[in-house]
Design a protein around this ligand. Structure first.
Ligand code: ATR
Length: 278
């Protein structure tokens, strides 16, 4: 293989125009004065295997993978991290010098690191966590919470059978709660997480009562447009510590950057601003 001196990485998705990843990695490349590139790549599903074969030949060290390619990217990899296998999807691909493809998933890591950085003293070990939603994002959140020692996760999803399927995959520390009964299981919760798309710009609002939630429970939302969702606004108004979802995006990006460009980047207020810039 040709030895390319200037490292290149990127993000593969469809659509890709609105991805924040080029803003994040571009900010880090500039900040650290690294001679490298990070580019958005619009790829159709049927082309993904061919693209994975071609990119290393063009000097790519790796890529992030976003919707709708995260599951297929995992299948195409030669080696898969334990957490990516558990989640069933990949978001960070590294093209190894020996020609093999390594797949990882850093979404759950980003979720946990965001909470650790944003809520002082937070630990998932201190009590039950209530998780709303059972889609792809919920899988990342569940795997990270369980790995970090969460004793109990109460999982509620509109389509109950999807929550039951996650419980089967993730084991008995996950209990399924009916979507319409979620307000009844908040009483002793120490963390509340929204992983649904409800509350996102252009989507319906999330309408659950959090009146029963202890005032010291940490509330977080993976939705970051708007930054303060209705859930976070309500929680903040009653005094709960809140952590917005943008930080998860920032933290999940760091391990890929380190692998491709050789330096562990910092999560700073300037990075947040770069992520929000148009
Ligand atoms: P992601 O990969 O971002 O998690 P997803 O897999 O499409 O996206 O999951 C979206 C989540 O939002 C699901 O939990 C979905 O609930 P269903 O499994 O019942 O579809 C939830 N969601 C989306 N719209 C919803 C709505 N109007 N009411 C309740 N939940 C909703």
């Amino acid at each position: 293989m040709t030895d390319h001196k200037v490292p290149i990485a990127g993000v593969i998705g469809n659509p890709i125009a609105h991805s924040r990843s080029p803003h994040l990695h571009g900010h880090w490349l500039r900040t650290y004065g690294i001679d490298g590139y990070y580019v958005p790549l619009h790829v159709q599903g049927q082309d993904l295997a061919e693209v994975f074969r071609a990119l290393p030949k063009l000097g790519f060290k790796g890529v992030n993978v976003t919707l709708p390619h995260k599951e297929r990217a995992l299948e195409l990899a030669d080696r898969v991290s334990d957490r990516a296998a558990l989640i069933g999807a990949a978001n960070t691909i590294t093209f190894q010098p020996d020609g093999t493809i390594h797949a990882d998933n850093t979404d759950g890591y980003g979720f946990i690191e965001n909470l650790r950085a944003g809520a002082e003293g937070w630990s998932p070990r201190t009590g039950p966590t209530v998780v709303l939603g059972a889609g792809g994002a919920a899988r990342g959140v569940l795997s990270a919470l369980l790995e970090a020692g969460a004793p109990e996760i109460r999982l509620a999803n509109r389509t109950r059978v999807k929550a039951e399927s996650l419980r089967n995959d993730f084991g008995p520390r996950v209990t399924v709660v009916d979507w319409h009964r979620v307000s009844d299981v908040l009483e002793d919760a120490t963390t509340l997480v929204n992983t649904t798309s409800l509350g996102m710009e252009g989507q319906p609002e999330l309408s659950i009562s959090i009146d029963a939630l202890p005032k010291d429970a940490v509330v977080t939302d993976i939705v970051y447009r708007p930054l303060i969702t209705k859930l976070l606004g309500t929680a903040m108004a009653r005094g709960n510590p809140i952590v917005d979802g943008l930080g998860m995006l920032l933290h999940q990006a760091a391990p890929g950057f380190e692998r491709w460009f050789g330096l562990r980047p910092e999560i700073t207020p300037e990075l947040r601003a770069a992520a929000l810039a148009e």
